[in-house]
Design a protein around this ligand. Structure first.
Ligand code: HEC
Ligand code: HEC
Ligand code: HEC
Ligand code: HEC
Ligand code: HEC
Ligand code: HEC
Ligand code: HEC
Ligand code: HEC
Ligand code: HEC
Length: 383
């Protein structure tokens, strides 16, 4: 009997414990998801795909917010509420809006991003896009053009999507890039070693690429990868191309200017004058600007208008000269490679041995002069 009694008590205790646990666990998600509840309120209307927001000038925007996409966005995952960015929309009818068209509305609301992301907001201030906007071009990129307002994802690893964000407004350049050695590798082979738009232009602080500074700096930009032995050996591309460029008549001036007068314009060739900018082709492509003699001559003629067929031959191109390609230059190089060190070496040996001989002779002289005499020994013994 007693045992049964205790058994009952335990059953009651366990039962009420379970009930409490059940109640608490049923409340937990509600507490954690409090913001989601609020979002659900907005979404009772805004999940309607036909909801349209109309602006005074007649332009429209879809008022449909896809709730799944929102909850998967970086902000949805932070359980951010709609009112975090729309503090004045808790009630319906919503207060009247001041924007007269949909772009103006976007530009106004875009400023909500600045508060939580001040670093990016600062950088954008100095960009070509902000400059174009200040000059009255409302189509220049702002945060939500590249990131969207409600389906924001991290772009860090998404190198292909980055080019797609630029494509919205720079479609022609995107298409050129897509056919280039770099773009093809990115889009067709998912290769992330190649540059995408922002590696050359920057992200939030995209600068004017037509300045003298940008031009002078561009060889180091290409060189950041093309002079990287470990990276380039993966593709069997010689890093000579960078070193030989820096050492030749075009590159020496460009690199000197970059260090000493970075604002001075240069008419010397930089990498992209010969290889193209967005449509850089692989050497194997017959249309590669620097591949056939004809293409090459045309390239040189852009700046050397009097150049004739033989002109490019005056240049050892981009490689350390080899016996197959430039036997004469290679032989001369080899000649210098052997004769100069040999001459210097011979001179060094001569000078050293001469100096050595002199030192020895002098030592012998002094040694003879200070040879101890028998008298010296005697004096020591006497003392
Ligand atoms: C009862 C339905 C309803 C609810 C609830 C609702 N909205 Fe709206 N909302 C609309 C409609 C309809 C429009 C279209 C323009 C209009 O009629 O004001 C709109 C427009 C908007 C706009 C565009 C700007 C504007 O004012 O026109 C924003 C932003 C917005 N809603 C945010 C929200 C947020 C945030 C919530 C939740 C806190 C919310 N809405 C709740 C119906 C609703
Ligand atoms: C991170 C800030 C942010 C959050 C969070 C946010 N919005 Fe927006 N919303 C914006 C911005 C910026 C715009 C204007 C940009 C645009 O037009 O795409 C906008 C525009 C809108 C519009 C007008 C239609 C349109 O796309 O221009 C509606 C409706 C709207 N938001 C509803 C919502 C609802 C509902 C939620 C919550 C589920 C929400 N927003 C959460 C920033 C936000
Ligand atoms: C109330 C603060 C807040 C506002 C407003 C806000 N964000 Fe965020 N944002 C966050 C938080 C928190 C994260 C997640 C943590 C992080 O990565 O910084 C985030 C993450 C991001 C990321 C991903 C960062 C990454 O690491 O890749 C982007 C992009 C972004 N926000 C863009 C925007 C844009 C565009 C707007 C305006 C429409 C905006 N944010 C408005 C708080 C905010
Ligand atoms: C021209 C397109 C573009 C514009 C405009 C833009 N972003 Fe970005 N943003 C990007 C890209 C691309 C990345 C990814 C960068 C990377 O992977 O290095 C990024 C990265 C971010 C990140 C992650 C952290 C970081 O700095 O890498 C945040 C946060 C962010 N942006 C917020 C903003 C805000 C806020 C604005 C407006 C003030 C803005 N962005 C304007 C394209 C843009
Ligand atoms: C919403 C549209 C839009 C998006 C998205 C956009 N841009 Fe722009 N961009 C512009 C406009 C508008 C200008 C100024 C007009 C012009 O010179 O083409 C501009 C100018 C530029 C310039 C300077 C052009 C010049 O001739 O001085 C560069 C470089 C540039 N953008 C790079 C980018 C990159 C890289 C991205 C992606 C990360 C990007 N843009 C995304 C609209 C956009
Ligand atoms: C390998 C480096 C590199 C990559 C990758 C690159 N650009 Fe450029 N871009 C340049 C250079 C260098 C210039 C300046 C060319 C000149 O002055 O003739 C330039 C110029 C521009 C301009 C100015 C307009 C023009 O025709 O001169 C825009 C806009 C632009 N790039 C956008 C983009 C976009 C969008 C992408 C990605 C699809 C991209 N760039 C990828 C190096 C690059
Ligand atoms: C005066 C024109 C010119 C300039 C400037 C120039 N190149 Fe070249 N580049 C060429 C020519 C021509 C070839 C092909 C040579 C050959 O096949 O004999 C070439 C070949 C290359 C190759 C392919 C090498 C291989 O064998 O696979 C790369 C990579 C390259 N250049 C990168 C660069 C870089 C980076 C710069 C700037 C630092 C640059 N080039 C500057 C004309 C130029
Ligand atoms: C972020 C690194 C990076 C930058 C910056 C870069 N490249 Fe490349 N480049 C590569 C890689 C990686 C390859 C090889 C791609 C492949 O073969 O799939 C390549 C291939 C090439 C080729 C083809 C070589 C061949 O043998 O066919 C040329 C030419 C070239 N790049 C020129 C340039 C020029 C000019 C610039 C500057 C305007 C530049 N690259 C900037 C990484 C880069
Ligand atoms: C973007 C313009 C540009 C391009 C393209 C260009 N060069 Fe030059 N190059 C110059 C300038 C400027 C000088 C300096 C001329 C001077 O000193 O008066 C120069 C100097 C030279 C010199 C030194 C001898 C001389 O005439 O002063 C040679 C050789 C040369 N270039 C060969 C070539 C070859 C070969 C090509 C084609 C593969 C080429 N260049 C393409 C601008 C260019």
């Amino acid at each position: 009997m007693r045992i049964t009694h205790t058994g009952h008590r335990w059953q009651i205790i366990i039962f009420s414990f379970l009930l409490t646990a059940l109640w608490v666990s049923s409340q937990l998600p509600a507490l954690a998801q409090a913001p989601i509840k609020e979002n659900e309120q907005c979404l009772t209307c805004h999940s309607n795909p036909d909801l349209v927001v109309e602006f005074p000038d007649g332009s429209t925007a879809s008022g449909h917010i896809r709730s799944v996409a929102y909850s998967q966005s970086v902000h949805g995952q932070e359980a951010m509420t709609c009112s975090g960015c729309h503090p004045n929309h808790q009630e319906y009818p919503h207060p009247a809006i001041s924007a007269t068209n949909s772009r103006e509305f976007t530009l106004q609301l875009n400023e909500t991003c600045f508060e939580c992301h001040p670093d990016q907001a600062d950088k954008v201030q100095d960009s070509v896009h902000a400059q174009a906007m200040a000059d009255g071009n409302e189509n220049a990129a702002v945060c939500v053009d590249c990131h969207t307002a409600h389906t924001t994802l991290s772009l860090h690893e998404a190198r292909r999507e980055i080019a797609a964000t630029c494509r919205q407004c720079h479609a022609t350049i995107y298409d050129e890039y897509a056919t280039s050695i770099h773009g093809k590798a990115l889009f067709e082979e998912h290769n992330t070693d190649v540059p995408t738009c922002i590696d050359c232009h920057g992200v939030h602080n995209v600068e004017d690429p037509h300045t003298a500074q940008f031009r002078l700096r561009s060889p180091s930009l290409c060189g950041s990868c093309h002079a990287d032995e470990a990276l380039m050996s993966k593709y069997d591309i010689p890093t000579d191309v960078f070193e030989t460029y820096v050492a030749d008549f075009h590159g020496t001036t460009v690199t000197l200017f970059e260090k000493q007068t970075p604002d001075a314009a240069t008419n010397k060739a930089v990498c992209y004058d010969c290889h193209g900018v967005h449509a850089i082709l692989p050497m194997s492509d017959p249309n590669a600007i620097a591949n056939s003699k004809e293409n090459l001559l045309k390239t040189c003629q852009k700046c050397h208008p009097d150049a004739t067929t033989n002109f490019p031959d005056s240049w050892t191109s981009h490689y350390q000269p080899t016996f197959e390609k430039q036997p004469l230059v290679a032989t001369i190089n080899l000649f210098y490679l052997i004769v100069i060190p040999a001459t210097v070496g011979f001179m060094a040996v001569f000078v050293l041995s001469d100096a050595g001989r002199r030192v020895l002779t002098r030592r012998n002289h002094t040694a003879e002069a200070s040879q101890p005499t028998p008298n010296d020994d005697k004096k020591a013994e006497d003392a």
